[in-house]
Write a protein that binds this ligand. Structure first.
Ligand SMILES: Cc1ncc(COP(=O)(O)O)c(C=O)c1O
Length: 438
């Protein structure tokens, strides 16, 4: 097949490397892709941590088709349509505690920027306009908007975009391989790493200037960093003490990835705001959402005159009809098929299969929770990322398995419908490749 690959500037991809040997997918169903050359490829990453119910779920597909035929688009400013309200209600019903006011957008990046703006505006509306600073975390990934990269902690995502990144600071990340290597599930050591929030950052900045702390409860993109026991509770307590909003970026952890609807449920730590996207529509149509505590929404409503827009923010595609239709059905499917419970019940088999890789060449740590795990490799001397990338390529071409790598870390996050045979196939393929990668 001859394909002109020159015009498409690919996202987060080494374009020249990819175009020298394109890895093309042409179809997807359930746990598998079909590659352009016809091979069935086991999806070890649920797309990009997003196709939680498996690819092309027939009910979701049908809802999108029907919606496209009924109403393709409806302006979301000063107008509404029923499905956006229904999607918001359904999401609110799934969200923890009193997080029940939903603002729609189109991606995780937009959800993060929306949440940060919401936090800043919230304080300002209450007459607390000194609170202008935002705290994120090293190795945090919050998408690629300017707000998200400012609070994000990935050097490569930030270094070219300096001037827009002011007014932020970062907590240390809690990965501690020395003490927690090969821990299963939530690691034992490191809750005290949260103490620097109060003792260092708030002491430095003055807590009265901080609007919000944003963290991924489990850091995904930089290699599945699981919070140690008690760590998130400490962050919550400090936020409460100083009136700082706590935002959980659950773009990956939302919708069952770790065996509960949200990581907030798993850790029993309730933030003020949740960002989500990805699994919200099972990735069939782009959609993101910010779920806020009712008290936050109420502040906006009570402070602005009734005929005035309360929050100067929104997207042409906020609550897009196709996305809303997909979200309603995706959330139904998660409930009807008990997929979060399924993720929880499959996680011991997943954990055992992951930790069976311990002892293979170059494996320096394995971390897991729910249906997500990381296998961290020793980098090749002087060639960071090369070893993991080779594993990724070989899995795809030789083993018909799609994995994901970040740096020298392999991250697996299959659809929640994965069965035991597929778990064996996934880790078996990876094991074969690791044994023969120098
Ligand atoms: C925690 C987190 N936040 C935000 C994003 C950005 O989402 P999107 O790529 O939909 O903008 C991601 C994407 O992986 C993510 O993992």
């Amino acid at each position: 097949m001859s394909l002109d690959t020159s015009h498409y500037w690919m996202p987060f991809t080494a374009n020249r490397q990819f175009k020298s040997r394109p890895r093309l997918l042409k179809a997807a169903k359930g746990m598998y892709y079909t590659a352009e050359d016809g091979r069935q490829i086991l999806d070890g990453t649920a797309g990009l941590w997003c196709v939680n119910a498996g690819h092309a779920h027939p009910k979701i597909t049908q809802a999108i088709v029907e919606q496209a035929q009924t109403m393709d688009f409806g302006t979301p400013f000063q107008m509404g349509h029923v499905k956006a309200f229904e999607a918001a209600s359904s999401l609110a019903a799934m969200a923890p505690a009193d997080l029940n006011r939903v603002f729609f957008c189109n991606s995780g990046s937009e959800a993060v920027d929306t949440a940060l703006k919401m936090a800043l505006a919230y304080h300002r509306m209450r007459g607390d306009g000194l609170r202008t600073k935002l705290i994120g975390r090293e190795r945090g990934y919050h998408g690629v908007g300017f707000g998200g990269i400012a609070v994000g902690g990935i050097a490569g995502n930030r270094k070219h975009f300096g001037p827009a990144l002011s007014g932020v600071d970062h907590l240390r990340h809690p990965l501690d391989i020395k003490r927690n290597a090969f821990a299963r599930g939530v690691p034992e050591h490191g809750a005290e790493i949260a103490d620097e929030f109060e003792q260092r950052l708030l002491a430095l900045h003055d807590p009265a200037t901080i609007a919000a702390l944003i963290v991924e409860p489990v850091q995904g993109s930089t290699g599945v960093i699981i919070p140690p026991k008690g760590y998130l509770n400490k962050l919550r307590a400090v936020c409460d003490k100083y009136g700082i909003l706590l935002i959980f970026d659950e773009v990956i952890t939302g919708f069952g990835r770790i065996g509960t609807a949200f990581a907030a449920n798993y850790f029993d730590v309730i933030p003020d705001i949740i960002c989500c996207a990805k699994g919200l529509t099972n990735a069939a149509v782009p959609m993101g959402a910010v779920i806020a505590k009712q008290a936050i929404y109420d502040e906006f409503m009570s402070r602005a005159p009734e005929n005035i827009i309360e929050f100067y923010h929104g997207y042409t595609y906020s609550g897009h009809p196709l996305a809303s239709a997909a979200a309603i059905v995706a959330l139904d499917v998660y409930r009807e098929e008990a997929l979060f419970e399924r993720a929880a019940s499959m996680s011991p088999a997943f954990e055992n299969a992951a930790h069976a890789l311990r002892g293979l060449p170059h494996v320096k740590d394995i971390r897991n929770i729910g249906l997500v795990c990381a296998i961290e490799l020793e980098p090749r001397p002087g060639k960071p990322t090369a070893r993991a990338y080779e594993v990724f390529e070989r899995c795809f071409w030789e083993k018909n398995v799609l994995i994901r790598t970040t740096g020298d870390i392999i991250a697996l996050s299959p659809p929640l419908i994965i069965d035991e045979a597929q778990i064996s196939a996934l880790f078996g393929a990876l094991s074969d490749v690791l044994k023969t990668t120098h």
